[in-house]
Design a protein around this ligand. Structure first.
Ligand SMILES: CC(C)(COP(=O)(O)OP(=O)(O)OC[C@H]1O[C@@H](n2cnc3c(N)ncnc32)[C@H](O)[C@@H]1OP(=O)(O)O)[C@@H](O)C(=O)NCCC(=O)NCCS
Length: 334
């Protein structure tokens, strides 16, 4: 077995990295569409906010047993290396994961990183996955517990009308707005500052992340990457009528080729404007937005920190149901 570095911009290299990741995802979540190679290639090739390193474990016959990636942020959190590690299910418990991890640790250290973070997922009732056992056995600590919820579409009849009728009076002085794809220019600066806020305002357990540094240019680059991934962004926000500022936002990401399963991205309300039910109202508006534009959408997946009571309460109000648990792991690199 040998570890080989790969070029993220080379199509055949990327496919070698992708296959074990896809096999591991299909094993843990057989009913989910999972990431496509095109989506992850576009993500791994956008190195504007950090460097991406890929490697595989190759058997003597040239076949790939597992793969690893590191994302090394360069605009903020420059002590962190974010790792994806997967071994194809039929080739596990032979030391391949350990070899790939040792490679990732040494690459991360070489670049001055002191925290290695990784993520594991399990459907409900299947907690204690191989990934969790591996992480514990290799010196990672569970730093943040998350929950995954799913909403079957369309929502219960009359639910959105009722929510808006009941919650709307608490949000007088705010105006809900929606957009598709690129954020309208007048809202862009406010959107960037909301994205900075969410990176530290959502509970982060013992991950101790620094606030992410977002500006208009970074928002535009992320929009471009979403486009290259074949993802469409449906967004809703709330503007404060007095100042015209965007003070809340929520985003849904819809795979253009496979729109049945959609993904909830960030939702955030500016600190000074919390308590007006804007979180629930922008999410309800964005659901309407999605239902009207994408009749093929059948479900939405969302992940929240288990300690994020306010966001989970909003999701449950909209009908999201618990589907799985995940753990963010951290290992300090001495
Ligand atoms: C985690 C993963 C990469 C491990 O790959 P691997 O090639 O089996 O790893 P190794 O053989 O080097 O190490 C396996 C070790 O993990 C632990 N482990 C893994 N599966 C286990 C199981 N079913 N029961 C008990 N311990 C287990 C043990 O410590 C084991 O060592 P041992 O075989 O000597 O007992 C693989 O299971 C996987 O791809 N899982 C899905 C993706 C994932 O969760 N990635 C991890 C992110 S931290």
């Amino acid at each position: 077995m040998r570890i080989a570095a790969l070029d993220p911009y080379d199509d055949s290299d990327h496919l070698d990295w992708y296959r074990p990741q896809a096999a591991a995802e299909a094993f843990d979540w057989p009913d989910e569409p999972g990431w496509s190679n095109e989506e992850l290639a576009a993500r791994n090739r956008d190195q504007s906010s950090g460097e991406v390193i890929l490697a595989v474990a190759r058997e003597e016959d040239g076949s790939v047993a597992g793969s690893v990636s590191l994302f090394l942020p360069r605009l903020d959190n420059t002590d962190v290396a974010d790792m994806w590690l997967a071994v194809v299910p039929e080739k596990r418990r032979r030391g391949t994961g350990g070899l790939l991890l040792a490679h990732a640790e040494s690459e991360a250290r070489r670049r001055g990183r002191t925290k290695l973070v990784a993520h594991t997922e399990s459907p409900l009732g299947r907690e204690g996955s191989e990934g969790e056992r591996f992480a514990r056995a290799h010196g990672f600590e569970a730093a943040l517990s998350e929950e995954r919820r799913v909403l079957a579409l369309p929502p219960a009849p009359g639910l959105l009308d009722r929510l808006e009728r009941e919650l709307g009076p608490q949000a007088l002085g705010y105006e809900v707005t929606t957009w598709f794809g690129a954020c309208p220019e007048p809202l862009l600066k406010d959107l960037a500052s909301l994205f900075s806020t969410i990176s530290t305002d959502a509970p982060q357990g013992s991950l101790e992340k620094d606030e992410e540094r977002w500006d208009a240019a970074r928002v535009r680059r992320e929009e471009k990457t979403a486009e290259e991934m074949g993802r469409e962004l449906y967004c809703a926000g709330a503007r404060h009528a007095g100042t015209g500022r965007l003070v809340a936002v929520t985003e849904l990401s819809v795979p253009r080729q496979r729109p049945a399963t959609c993904y909830q991205l960030d939702t955030v309300v500016d600190r000074a404007h919390r308590g007006h039910r804007l979180g629930a109202l922008v999410k309800a508006a964005n659901l309407r937005h999605l239902l009207a534009a994408v009749p093929a959408a059948k479900r939405i997946l969302t992940w929240n920190a288990a300690a994020n009571g306010p966001m989970i309460a909003v999701n449950e109000l909209l009908g999201f149901e618990l589907a799985g648990k995940s753990v963010n792991w951290m290992k300090r690199l001495g």
